[in-house]
Design a protein around this ligand. Structure first.
Ligand code: GDP
Ligand code: IMO
Ligand code: MG
Length: 424
């Protein structure tokens, strides 16, 4: 058996959660391989919506095992809140029974979140517009080899090692003018959350996953964030701090690239971005606002308004290329319904006159060259068959398939679980 992967191809929030919730029933295991509570993966069930941050999106599927993999960063305090919230949402859930956590996943300590805010607000650092979950601080401590991992929580000196780091960070934080919570307060909350975390099985998930594959079980790897937020390939420095790509799934889960199966790339029919950084096709006009309102483009996690713009093909081609996407899932075309015409950026024209058709480097000065196409108008809310798709949208999809050389396998037609059409 192979591992299939679901990845965001733009700047996040493409609708990964909805798609994974839907297809996870076809798999034995769903596994998160990167990021932490910076993710916000929304799922709708019976008209109710829930946003998953750290928990894999297969959690609602009976019989599916969920794995929080080695490449992730786990915040025990946020994790505890999320589990309790999930159990309020669905009282039948027993996540201790169908979720395991890598012993090698790195822990987010409470001071990392404070340092995230500190750095975002200090004039001495570039303001990224982070989700303030201490993601960069955790990954940087990991790379510095100064961090603690989930497996460490069973060691006898765990408490003193945590306190050492907290005290070290407090000394640094005291150099600023941030109002800090008391040391005892954050320390108590953290250790209570650690006790809660101990209810879950922490294990060598690499061995678990590889054994599962050899026994013929199927795995779905769940990407969080997206290609243009990747630490290496994204729009640095306005990126997250993990590997968000298909290669990141192999590294983050400890599975050989030889075992990769389908690579589902999720993209919206337009673009959005939260936080700072280059966005060549960004709209600052009424159309941009209309897309934001109709698409409910407000962060699932932070509530921040998302920036909106036309579909960016050079960036999307780049994302398809670095990930080796085999099937495209297009979401939110319904949001553009009613617009007389829609645009797609096909190239960038750079200051020196160069034309770029595939690019992960999006300079501020890049002028997007737009192709205008006829807009579509349809009631997507109850659409059940591809024969009901408006002709203009069918042409739009055919254009994308030709440009990207990847089939559009699914078209999501609304936020609801049933609102999706299988195209191939
Ligand atoms: P993720 O981070 O990639 O899982 O995406 P988010 O959940 O952060 O954001 C996607 C939002 O779009 C959620 O509110 C989804 O419910 C919603 N959504 C997903 N697919 C569609 C779609 O095809 N049409 C519309 N209108 N909303 C969608
Ligand atoms: P999902 O999985 C959208 C963005 C932040 C910021 C940058 C760095 O829901 O698609 P971080 O907190 O990671 O240090 O922030 O990355 N960002 C996301 N944007 N969706 C996400 O996740 C994101 N996770 C991080 O807004 O610009
Ligand atoms: Mg999201």
């Amino acid at each position: 058996m192979n591992m299939d992967i679901v990845l965001g191809l733009q700047w996040g929030d493409e609708g990964k959660g909805k798609f994974i919730d839907l297809i996870s029933e076809n798999y034995d295991i769903t596994a998160r391989f990167n990021g932490g509570a910076n993710a916000g993966h929304s799922i709708e069930r019976n008209g109710k919506r829930i946003t998953l941050k750290m928990i894999p999106s297969g959690i609602f599927m009976k019989g599916v095992q969920n794995v929080i993999g080695t490449g992730t960063v786990l915040d025990p305090v946020s994790f505890k809140k999320e589990i309790l919230n999930l159990q309020r949402f669905d009282e039948t859930l027993q996540p201790e029974k169908n979720m395991i956590i890598s012993r090698k996943a790195h822990l987010v300590l409470p001071t990392y979140k404070l340092l995230d805010i500190f750095m975002e607000e200090s004039p001495d650092y570039t303001t990224i517009g982070t989700t303030r979950n201490g993601i960069a601080q955790t990954y940087s401590n990991k790379i510095l080899r100064q961090n603690l991992r989930v497996g460490d929580l069973y060691s006898s000196d765990f408490k003193s090692r945590v306190e050492h780091i907290l005290k070290r960070d407090y000394r640094l934080l005291a150099s600023g003018d941030m109002v800090l919570p008391s040391f005892d307060e954050i320390s108590q909350e953290f250790f209570e959350a650690i006790d809660f975390l101990k209810k879950f099985k922490c294990t060598e998930t690499e061995i678990y996953l590889n054994k599962a594959l050899s026994e013929g079980k199927s795995i779905l790897a769940e990407g969080s964030q997206a290609a243009m937020l990747d630490i290496d390939h994204g729009t640095y420095p306005y990126v997250t701090s993990s590997s968000t790509t298909a290669a990141g799934a192999c590294g983050g889960l400890g599975i050989s690239p030889k075992k990769m199966g389908e690579i589902y790339g999720i993209a919206k029919a337009y673009c959005t971005r939260v936080g700072n950084g280059v966005f060549p096709t960004e709209l600052f006009d009424e159309t941009g606002e209309e897309i934001r309102m109709k698409g409910n483009e407000f962060g699932s996690n932070t509530g921040r308004p998302r920036r909106t713009g036309w579909l960016d093909l050079p960036a999307l081609k780049y994302a398809v290329m670095i990930n080796g996407v085999t099937q495209l899932v297009l979401t939110k075309a319904d949001v553009l319904s009613g617009l007389k015409s829609v645009a797609v950026c096909t190239h960038y024209e750079l200051e020196n006159g160069t034309i770029e058709a595939v690019s992960g480097i999006l300079p501020e000065s890049a002028r997007p060259v737009l192709k205008w196409m006829d807009g579509w108008n349809a009631d997507f809310s109850k659409m059940k068959s591809i024969s009901e798709l408006p002709k203009e949208l069918t042409e739009f999809l055919a254009f994308l398939e030709e440009e990207l050389a990847v089939p559009v396998a699914y078209l999501s037609t609304g936020p609801g679980r049933e609102q999706i059409l299988k195209m191939k």
